[in-house]
Design a protein around this ligand. Structure first.
Ligand code: 6A9
Length: 769
């Protein structure tokens, strides 16, 4: 019985929260919470507003052109690459009270502006969303009519009712435990109204109003003459046949271009002492002020005009930054996780997550190591956001000290992910980038005030135990058989379907590792990540007054360049490398599925050497080989540093005029497919996160005494120039910032818009590392 209980307790640890107070609670400040309650935290929608709480009112914009160019009705709602919009994204966003976005559709441009007044009453206050439309062809009067639809639902308990004048839904009134009493008013638009209509009905899925709306759209007007086209609209009240209550309210207005309309949310909490609604001229005045504040704060924070960038370049940097901060989302729900001890996946606990997202269209959800990168930039603007986002993430620690890498919370997020990608395994890590984020926060504050701010001190105290447990988890579960050896788990040793089995956990997915995964391989990037974590944890321990020598000792051990070289420097290859059971003589080939004549064929990895794989350094030069330099583990006078710098600068290897490619042109796996359908991902293309780390490291070695200082400086300047030029150029050309850039042409590729870590181009411009 005892052993059964023991085993059960070990099993449930995988999905049981760490036994410690939640960091979010420890750093909670009620006023700040109210200030941040409302936001554009539905960043997977072209425009959506919700509160940072699980029982929120949901507000989302849908639209379509009544006269589409190809006659196909196109209703826009969630950001989809398939919509093929020429351009969309935030031009300005301050992460809390203001955002301005431009969306270019076929023949018209929408602007969405959002402003909040958090201080009215005690329930988070008021906000207004303004949508403007204009023709794409200058100021010519357009016959195009655009239907705007504002869809409103409520997640938790509460009640919504509508106020209708004829065919126009003028107002929604509501009450909920979170928000108290409130009104959402649809103001009379400026512009020529072609049609008013609305929908109230019941839906089983409030997160997907589009499907319900599509089913209800129909022709509302009959043409009076031949050249008049009928208009499509909504039917009004459609009660549920089974008597289920209305939970979807849609205001629809069809307007000829140009137009402008305000949706005004007003909290009825407290005395109604509001002098003027946040609408009309009042709104226009406030937007002007917000724009000014944003521009000033941006220049104060990043100093791009002081650095001599042009206005267009600065607008681009503002868009990069704004999409990163404007991508911040609030998700809630449960992850699916599994472990060796579990027969099938189980639910993680219900949780809310305040987080940035790598891509609003393609993966609008939380990714662990991406988030560390986002927050390197966001903290410079508003450190409060960073402290809260990191606290949310660290509250995801289970009893073993693990954080699931990808956060797919709630129905909306789940819908975007094929089933096989949903489940997170409790042995799988991801690079602990949060340590870099925290190091940056501490360094920046110390430079500015001579010490960390009281808020950051409180934060560090609140998360210390969690950081320690997380760190221990890596050291317990990701180490190899030799002291100082680390290994990413999660590689598939049983497959011959991949050219080189992926290492998703490292963040570098298909980057080539030992050809034959084994428990005793060792990964140089992971060792460097833990070396870095050890040092920063030691710094944090000092700051919060924890007396422990273990972090510092581990740091010196892992950063010892000689020990590092013993384990990861290959004299033969003249580079840092992984070590494992390896042969570079592998190929993907079509092989028969059975040994019989005319059997069908499949693509399989075939070993082309008689000897087969054997323990050795992995002969592939690229991002992974750079980690001792990227994370500043190399001593400035290291001779290896010089070799690395030369290899980086070599066009035969990593250098391109657009940034550093992920894998050397001379590497055996350069540009190789992993399977028939898996194109090279981290096997050639240029990634901005690693180029950011490169700039950061070059900048460091350029500013520290040493024999390679001048060399580092030269490469730094060239690389920065190349990166900024290309990402900017591609943005001008395509309207977007991309997931990766092609190493031969510089073209943006992969998904878009990708304004997670690619937005760090702004920090590269600002040289704020
Ligand atoms: C799978 C497909 C609609 C891959 O930016 C997030 C991550 C990075 O953390 C990682 O380093 N990206 C990088 O190699 C994107 C991962 C997307 C997984 C999507 C499901 C959904 O199809």
């Amino acid at each position: 019985v005892a052993s059964y209980v023991w085993s059960y307790m070990k099993t449930i640890r995988a999905y049981t929260p760490l036994n410690a107070p939640k960091a979010v609670e420890l750093i909670r400040d009620h006023n700040d919470d109210l200030h941040r309650l409302w936001g554009t935290y539905r960043s997977h929608l072209y425009f959506g507003v919700r509160a940072r709480a699980p029982d929120s009112l949901l507000f989302g914009l849908l639209w379509f052109a009544q006269y589409p160019q190809d006659g196909q009705l196109k209703v826009r709602y969630s950001c989809e690459q398939g919509d093929n919009l020429p351009k969309y994204g935030w031009l300005q966003h301050d992460g809390s009270t203001y955002g301005a976005q431009e969306i270019v559709d076929e023949d018209f441009i929408l602007t969405t502006e959002y402003i909040k007044r958090p201080n009215h009453g005690s329930k988070g206050g008021d906000w207004t969303a303004r949508v403007k439309g204009k023709s794409r062809n200058g100021d010519k009067k357009s016959i195009q009519a655009v239907s705007l639809m504002f869809a409103v639902s409520n997640e938790g308990a509460g009640k919504l009712t509508r106020i209708v004048n004829g065919e126009r839904m003028a107002e929604i009134r509501g009450r909920s435990p979170l928000l108290g009493e409130f009104k959402l008013k649809f103001r009379n638009p400026a512009g020529s109204v072609k049609l008013n209509s609305y929908l109230t009905t019941h839906t089983d899925d409030i997160y997907n109003p589009k499907d319900t709306i599509m089913k209800k759209l129909h022709y509302k007007t009959k043409p009076k003459s031949r050249d008049q086209t009928p208009l499509i609209g909504l039917p009004g009240d459609v009660p549920n046949p089974n008597g289920k209550p209305n939970n979807l309210f849609v205001h629809q207005v069809t307007l000829q271009l140009p137009f402008q309309i305000d949706a005004v949310f007003e909290s009825e909490d407290g005395d109604n002492d509001r002098k003027e609604s946040l609408a009309g001229d009042v709104f226009a005045r406030e937007v002007k002020q917000k724009r000014k504040d944003f521009n000033e704060h941006f220049e104060n924070t990043f100093q791009l005009s002081e650095k001599g960038f042009t206005d267009e370049q600065i607008s681009f940097a503002k868009a990069a930054f704004s999409n990163c901060i404007g991508g911040i989302t609030y998700l809630h729900g449960k992850s699916k996780v599994t472990s060796r001890r579990l027969k099938e996946p189980v639910d993680y606990w219900e949780t809310g997550l305040y987080t940035g997202v790598p891509s609003r269209s393609f993966f609008p959800r939380g990714f662990l190591w991406d988030e560390g990168f986002h927050q390197i930039m966001i903290q410079k603007w508003d450190a409060g956001i960073t402290r809260q986002i990191l606290s949310h993430w660290l509250d995801l620690l289970n009893q073993d000290g693990w954080i699931p890498r990808e956060q797919i919370l709630g129905i909306e997020a789940r819908r975007k992910v094929p089933d096989e990608f949903v489940v997170q395994h409790n042995e799988n890590a991801n690079p602990p980038t949060f340590f870099i984020t925290i190091e940056t926060l501490i360094r920046t504050e110390k430079a500015e005030h001579g010490h960390v701010t009281p808020e950051t001190l409180k934060f560090l105290k609140s998360v210390f135990y969690r950081l320690d447990q997380w760190y221990q988890w890596y050291n317990k579960t990701q180490t190899g058989p030799l002291p100082g050896a680390y290994r990413w788990h999660g590689r598939d040793a049983t497959t011959d379907r991949e050219y080189n089995p992926k290492t998703l956990t490292s963040g570098l997915d298909d980057y080539p590792r030992a050809s034959h995964p084994s428990d005793d391989e060792r990964h140089v990037d992971l060792r460097c990540w833990i070396a870095l974590a050890s040092g920063i944890l030691a710094d944090i321990a000092d700051i919060v007054g924890i007396k422990s020598t273990k972090y510092r000792e581990t740091e010196s051990y892992l950063k010892d360049n000689q020990l590092l070289d013993q384990m990861h420097w290959s004299d033969k290859l003249k580079t840092y490398a992984d070590y494992g059971n390896h042969t570079k003589l592998v190929k993907l080939e079509w092989v028969p599925v059975r040994y019989e004549p005319h059997a069908p064929k499949r693509l399989a990895r075939v070993v082309k050497s008689k000897k087969g794989p054997s323990p050795k350094f992995v002969d592939e030069f690229g991002y992974v080989s750079m980690f001792p330099f990227l994370l500043k583990i190399l001593k400035p006078d290291s001779s290896k540093l010089r070799i690395l710098l030369d290899d980086i600068r070599s066009p035969e290897k990593l250098w391109t005029q657009y940034g550093l490619r992920s894998l050397s042109r001379t590497a055996p796996s350069y540009n190789k497919h992993n399977t028939e359908h898996d194109k090279p991902y981290w096997r050639g293309p240029i990634w901005i996160n690693i180029n950011f780390l490169t700039c950061k490291a070059l900048h460091y070695y350029a500013h520290i005494e040493g024999p390679h200082q001048g060399h580092a400086k030269m490469i730094y300047e060239e690389l920065r120039h190349n990166l900024v030029n290309n990402v900017y150029k591609q943005y001008q050309k395509t309207g977007y910032i991309w997931e990766q850039y092609d190493d031969k042409t510089g073209k943006g590729q992969g998904c878009y818009p990708f304004t997670g870590w690619s937005a760090l181009i702004n920090l590269i411009m600002a040289e704020k590392y």
